[in-house]
Design a protein around this ligand. Structure first.
Ligand SMILES: *Cc1c(COP(=O)(O)O)cnc(C)c1O
Ligand SMILES: [Zn+2]
Length: 500
């Protein structure tokens, strides 16, 4: 669609202009710093930062109706810079010129309603939002599009020259970082640090394929994170972990899309997502809060953060009902199939505490909840979902298992509608499915396959069949006919087929 075909009243708003005044604000001491330099922590007290727009209130001058039309018409335009997360430019990066935006196809992921069987089993109407359908197959692309576009902007402005982008990762951050950095090759190079043997083969192949320098480090993610922090404190590198507040701005797009997917009606909606380093839940709360403040949505949806029993520091923190008595205690994690969320000391914990307070205060009641789930439930729900039309990863299974726990605990009731985050594509974590199907889970996972949903391939090789085709050596004539009939017979027998 071209601009001239949009209604006259909306046209002036559709191409965003560079507006606003963004600053980093420290969550510890409140210090504000300019965004011309890349900052990850407060120069004064070392706390984490969030990015705020000092002129945010200007957006209130536009009516709810007009905003909704702006996003709906913008969605139909064919301008690449506005096709991804920057469709919500005014909220994600109002200072960004369109020619600095790096768009690789991220965002606007499908929302797929579960079938009747699954809704019945879960006891609630729900949808998966498939963030595995992002370019590097996880939601991390949303944040990376924002962080890399911003670096691109700094390069264009001459504030930065060559950049070495670096991150620690449970797998998906490095895939996204390497992909987005590679688009700006050779001015931006990337290096990623992964915990040795703690990422899947698919996840390892991704940054390698994108040309990043890949380092494997003994230990778990929390150890890699400490090394990356030391590197970024001492050397001139651009940190792409979610400590980088630009990542969070991009990930807010998940909330804006959900609002738009449901015609901006958040009444009775529940958003369920897994928590690892807690960047995503921070961004999702932040996004809904912004839309709510401007009046684009009239209700804040319920938020349910889910963790595995093997890595549940955020859940444990909120077990204490009295906010004054809560104390955050980092934990040592155990093996989890929700491997990207296997984090004992989430970097964004101070942000979560800050935003949860704000979210509940703005709603005048508790709207944020935390649950934990056993490893067994994660695998069982993932596999069941995928046997019913979905492409959920283990973290999608974790979210769904969390929704079921929330239903059982009365945190949500059956009249609500849940949007469940499948944060990555099933294929990235197919190794866990294989362990389940082959009954090969190491004992520390505490997972026993449910025989009802185990599935394995069956080789058809009748003993009486002397000749079978091979590459470059096809069968002919009688041999071919015999091959086809014997193989068909065997299959028909197993499937108990009846003759027509
Ligand atoms: C990173 C990641 C998470 C955890 O998100 P956080 O922002 O670290 O809480 C969950 N699922 C997948 C697939 C991820 O890649
Ligand atoms: Zn500070």
């Amino acid at each position: 669609m071209i601009l001239q075909d949009c209604p006259k009243t909306i046209r002036p708003y559709l191409l965003p202009k560079q507006k606003g005044k963004l600053i980093y604000r420290c969550l510890g001491c409140g210090l504000e710093s300019g965004i011309e330099t890349l900052l990850y922590t407060c120069p004064s007290c070392s706390q984490v930062l969030l990015i705020y727009d000092l002129e945010f209130d200007r957006l209130k001058k536009i009516s709810k109706k007009t905003w909704q039309q702006i996003f709906n018409y913008r969605k139909m335009l064919t301008i690449p810079a506005l096709k991804g997360i920057y469709m919500y430019h005014e909220f994600i990066g109002p200072i960004m010129p369109l020619d600095a935006i790096v768009y690789l196809g991220e965002g606007h992921t499908p929302v797929v309603e579960a079938n009747a069987f699954m809704q019945d089993r879960a006891g609630i109407q729900f949808y998966f939002k498939n963030d595995g359908q992002n370019p590097s197959a996880s939601f991390k692309d949303r944040g990376m599009a924002s962080a890399i576009s911003y670096i691109h902007f700094l390069l264009q402005k001459g504030y930065l020259s060559d950049v070495l982008a670096i991150c620690a990762s449970t797998g998906d951050t490095s895939a996204a970082a390497a992909l987005y950095a590679s688009f700006l090759n050779p001015r931006v190079k990337s290096a990623v640090l992964l915990p040795h043997k703690k990422v899947t083969g698919q996840q390892l192949s991704q940054p390698l394929g994108s040309g990043a320098k890949v380092f494997e480090i003994p230990g778990v993610f929390d150890d890699c994170m400490k090394v990356v922090e030391a590197l970024s404190d001492t050397y001139n590198v651009a940190l792409l972990n979610s400590k980088n507040a630009w990542r969070l701005l991009g990930q807010e797009s998940y909330s804006y899309e959900i609002a738009q997917d449901f015609e901006f009606d958040m009444e009775n909606k529940v958003v369920v997502l897994p928590i690892g380093n807690a960047g995503n839940i921070t961004a999702v709360m932040g996004g809904f809060l912004k839309f709510y403040e401007i009046g684009i949505i009239s209700t804040l949806p319920k938020i349910i953060g889910v963790q595995s029993e093997h890595a549940n520091p955020v859940y444990r923190y909120y077990l204490e009902p009295d906010p004054k008595k809560r104390k955050f205690v980092p934990m040592t994690v155990k093996s989890s199939v929700a491997q990207a969320a296997m984090i004992g000391n989430p970097v964004s914990m101070p942000r979560v505490i800050h935003l949860v307070d704000m979210y509940n205060n703005m709603s005048d009641k508790q709207k944020t909840f935390f649950v934990d789930v056993p490893e067994q439930a994660i695998m069982d729900w993932e596999i069941l979902a995928n046997r019913n039309g979905h492409i959920a990863c283990t973290h999608g299974g974790e979210s769904l298992a969390g929704l079921v726990v929330a239903r059982q605990k009365g945190i949500v009731d059956k009249n609500e509608i849940a949007i469940v985050d499948s944060t990555a594509h099933a294929l990235k974590f197919s190794g866990f499915q294989e362990m389940y199907f082959k009954k090969k889970f190491p004992p520390e996972f505490e997972i026993l396959p449910n025989p009802g949903i185990v599935n394995t391939p069956e080789l058809i090789r009748p003993k009486d069949l002397k000749k079978v085709p091979e590459p470059g050596r096809p069968l002919k004539g009688t041999e071919l006919r015999l091959f086809i009939s014997r193989i068909s017979e065997e299959i028909a027998k197993i499937l108990e087929l009846e003759k027509v």
